[in-house]
Ligand binder design. Sequence first.
Ligand code: HEM
Length: 406
Amino acid sequence: MEFDEILTGLYSEQGRQNPYPWYAALHEHGPIGAIPRRSEHSSVVAVAAGYDVVDRVLRDPQWYKQSPPGWQEQEILRTFNSSMMFVNPPDHTRMRAVFARTFTPRRLGALEPVIERVVDQRLAAMAEAGAGGAEVDFVADFAYPVPALVMAQFIGLPEADLAWYRQRVDWIDEFMDVAGKTPQRLALANQAADELRGYYRDLIADRRRRPGEDLISGLVEALDAGGMELTDSELISNLIVLFNASFVTTVYMFSNGLPLLLEHPDVVAALPGDDALAQGCVDEVLRMESPVHFLARAAPADTELAGVPVGRDENVLLLIAGANRDPSRFPEPDRFDPRRAGPPSLAFGIGLHFCLGSAVSKLEGRLALPRLFQRFPGLAVTRTPDYSGSLFLRGIDKLFVTTGAR
Ligand code: HEM
């Protein structure tokens, strides 16, 4: 199949529902291909799904993140461009250092009992909703509230604000998809950024007056003590991006993972009590059903990637979810194997921008999955799930199950 045809298939509605056959076709084609018909609206000149190419570009600190033209005019893009996820060194190094100092093992350790409590509460709610064999939406009852409540506690957001907050997260995520750059979506994303900035301004002022144990209090305290450079405006941008980055990704880790795990009853049965297996399942779910499908980087100079020329300041789309199924790195890539050896998956990225919160999500998965199957050994999916329709954040938004509990 021609490269052009594969890309058309991948971007189609059907491709967004199930991109994996298209990734397999890309791997047969080669590790990277040049986009045949370049759009005047995009500086993306090539698409890579080969593990080695994607890994090499992400690890190379010279390849950089490019801001879209006119970003100064839009609140959402000003917010992005003053946060670590969207900037390059030296600003990236400065901002990330502040957050890395507050993401301490102690704070992560303190999260364990919080996760266990939240998970047990949600399992009790699921048991109640699913009593007598009633269908339950696993996303609404478990996959969504667990990360939301855990992150709210971690960052220091009042639980009562989460429903309001969720709508703003959705507006921003819809804008970030490849198909998201419409005037309506831009307007909603700008509104979300504007409202969230006001929200965090008030929250930060509150924590300055009444500090707690949460991340915002820790950050404010560290900044006010001096020695770290971050303005209040940058702090707000980073908090907005941090919560956005933490949230739907982890929801999809659970919702995409469940059908995959249930196809392997032997694994599910062995999960309670086997911590190493639980960790392996989390890694394998994230490899096979990555919530984030692509990243992009711009070339620092005219160069070549596996024979494909890329000019200075031109972008390459890096299909991390495709790279995670590269048969040259993951033999039988479509086979679920929680004991798989081999290179790390790129689900959390790699290099300078490697996910700051990977340990948080992995801990949530490792603690939650054994508890889930211990409580509901007869859990079953009742309907074929629909995926989000976005390739940037691909995941299941509704997943009907029966708990199997009597
Ligand atoms: C399964 C869940 C998650 C997935 C799949 C995921 C994925 C990613 C990926 C692919 C990147 C790299 C972006 C790039 O290179 O452009 C990233 C960065 C980031 N993630 Fe996550 N993430 C998850 C959970 C979290 C959580 C729980 C947090 C916060 C507690 C978080 C915070 C961040 C931040 C702040 C960055 C930007 C780091 C930087 O630019 O230096 N993520 N994440």
